[in-house]
Design a protein around this ligand. Sequence first.
Ligand code: NI
Length: 245
Amino acid sequence: MSNWKKRLAAWAMAVTVLGLAAASQRPERGEGLEALGGAKLPAGPYVALTFDDGPRASTTSALLDGLAQRGVHATFFVIGENVEGNELLLQRMEGEGHQIGLHTYHHKSLDKLNAAGFYEEVDSLRATLTALLGREDFMLRPPYGMMNAATQARAAAPIVLWSVDPEDWSDRDTPRQVATITQAAQDGDIILLHDIYPASVDTALEVVDTLMARGFHFVTVEELFAIRGRTPENGTVYRRLPPSD
Ligand code: NI
């Protein structure tokens, strides 16, 4: 069984538990859940909040606090140079059940890199995260969503884009961003935000409150794969994971 498959099996169990347990009792991912096999998943809808370009100590910490209060897991595609000095924050993310992924070391456009450049930007970040977190199966989000066939061949990771983008960097306008996301969100969507802006943190938490009130469940990208019964493939591009496609 591949590492992905083992972890996805564990997460499928975790998601099952999430649907049955109160938020305060949510387990950390993959922990001791085997006894609960056979339980039924909540019907959904499910969405994944994803955050690029961090971490940033002030805003990312505030976001983690708000997500913890709500019992919600998200996915963070981090930049290597921002990990430096924020190692404890990364360990907090991991420990609280969030997913961490690659967004290059210096926010470089992957379609413009040769093999050596790709190594410096992606493989070096993977090595940094492996040293910090003790594993190496991190999904990849290319900066600007830019990539080419060489990127896909070199990725050694599933490539995760997005299906809902409020362009939060453009105006820092929380009410507009919340409206954009909550009007667009559908089962299986992957929502793009940036945890380096205070307004985006406010947006994320308001979106969670609004959509949870409408019955949505918030999961990591990995959990979304598990819920859909799909195995992420290295080099394949994913934008959303609807119930069937
Ligand atoms: Ni970015």
